[in-house]
Design a binder for this molecule. Structure first.
Ligand SMILES: Nc1ncnc2c1ncn2[C@@H]1O[C@H](COP(=O)(O)OP(=O)(O)OP(=O)(O)O)[C@@H](O)[C@H]1O
Length: 398
């Protein structure tokens, strides 16, 4: 397992987590809270666990963290048996964030963030530097916040401190149990964006429990939909679950507007875009006209010398004309980045007075998006999901 001392250089990247036939039966309970669960959480990914209240999500997290011991089964973290590691070493490798940050109210922010470093007996200077570094990482000015107490912070700020605390010892694994459940929707959206930004930098393995399917879609590289006993009903990438829910139980979680959510998880650059007819600004109008006629296309996209789309030139406008095509073009007012999702593409189309919107990558033209593009992309996603379906269901524990 990666064992990076303080993480002040490169942060420790995530490691794989493997649950093998994991079972937890609480004393006096007839049913197991976690019942023979087998799943692999790939290194460096965010896996969202969603499922109804009481289905065993928190118990699963506490098992990974060894806050509770399994009745049977194994947990491997970075290929090593978690049970064979002393609890304090494990704690250093697994950060834990709970609702409202789970901060100790009588401790200052700095004391809260330094809990694990202190447990690991870091010296004062290193600990203080790490606290400031972590507060900065989560967007809180250390000078302003380190000596405050949790009650003097907003819910969202407390949540950030919770993340800072979990990351203090640079663990490869982060467990987040409904961390954003108690904040308002706007703050929640912001915290989600920040987590994604952090993850781009840190590449931790993150297990994220949520009740909110939309949150799971936004954050999860994969989603595990769980039923009672933490049984895995479906475990797949968000697009696959949305395109092809395994059964009505999963459909119930997706809720209304599954197709719209599907648009949300698909990047425009990843679908088949129309190529369109393109022309250089200096191309001759008559030549472009004949290319349009041959391709049976009504419009050409005129590109500048950097290959950025700048004008539309219609077949009618070019009829009988000569000279540079740019003299007959009308400015392109709407373009969209290939990094945007299909929903943004659809919105751009609806707001545009053309039936096509040029798509760019680093400002350069890569194709056209149209209503047809969106429709066939959805069809294609459905087809792909159909082919991949058998692999998406829980590994032997569904
Ligand atoms: N300490 C305990 N002793 C006995 N039973 C428990 C204990 N903790 C949890 N349970 C039971 O185990 C089951 C799973 O609980 P768990 O908290 O893991 O569910 P959850 O999916 O996290 O629920 P929620 O979404 O409501 O937080 C529930 O039936 C719960 O009542």
């Amino acid at each position: 397992m990666a064992d990076n001392g303080n993480g002040s250089g490169g942060a420790a990247h995530g490691v794989e987590i493997e649950l093998r036939n994991l079972t937890k039966k609480y004393p006096g309970q007839a049913k197991a809270a976690v019942d023979d669960v087998t799943m692999t959480i790939p290194a460096g990914e965010i896996v969202a666990l969603v499922g109804p209240s009481g289905c065993g999500k928190t118990t699963t997290m506490k098992l990974i963290n060894r806050l509770i011991e399994p009745t049977s089964g194994e947990i491997l973290i970075g290929g090593e048996d978690a049970r064979r590691r002393p609890a304090d070493i494990l704690r250093r490798h697994v950060g834990y964030v709970i609702q409202q940050g789970g901060l100790f109210p009588h401790m200052s922010i700095a004391e809260n963030v330094s809990l694990v470093p202190k447990m690991l007996k870091w010296d004062k200077k290193r600990t203080a530097e790490r606290v400031d570094e972590m507060l900065e990482l989560v967007g809180l000015d250390p000078a302003n916040y380190r000596d405050r107490f949790p009650r003097q912070l907003s819910g969202g700020q407390q949540q950030r401190v919770g993340v800072a605390r979990a990351l203090a010892a640079d663990p490869p694994v982060l467990l987040m149990d409904e961390p954003f459940g108690a904040v308002d929707p706007i703050t929640r959206g912001r915290l989600q964006d920040e987590l994604l930004r952090l993850q781009e930098e840190l590449h931790k393995t993150i297990v994220f429990v949520t009740h909110d399917f939309d949150e799971a879609v936004k954050l999860g590289d994969r989603i595990a939909v769980l039923s009672e006993g933490s049984h895995i009903v479906q475990y797949a990438e968000p697009a696959e679950i949305l395109a092809r829910p395994a059964n009505d139980f999963v459909r119930g979680f997706i809720g209304e507007g599954g197709a719209m959510k599907l648009l949300h998880v698909t990047r425009i650059a990843d679908v088949d875009l129309g190529a369109g007819v393109t022309a250089k600004a200096t191309d001759d109008a008559a030549t472009v006209h004949s290319r349009l006629a041959e391709a049976e296309e009504p419009w050409a996209v005129v590109l500048d010398k950097n290959s950025s789309p700048v004008q539309w030139a219609s077949i009618e406008d070019l009829d009988g004309k000569t000279g540079p095509v740019s003299e007959y073009g009308t400015p392109i007012t709407t373009t969209i980045s290939g990094r945007a999702d299909l929903q943004a593409g659809l919105e751009a189309l609806l707001g545009s007075d053309t039936d096509f919107v040029p798509v760019t990558r680093r400002r350069q033209y890569i194709g056209l998006v149209s209503l047809n593009t969106v429709q066939s992309a959805i069809q294609q996603l459905r087809e792909q999901a159909k082919q991949a379906a058998p692999a998406s269901v829980g590994e032997g524990s569904a």
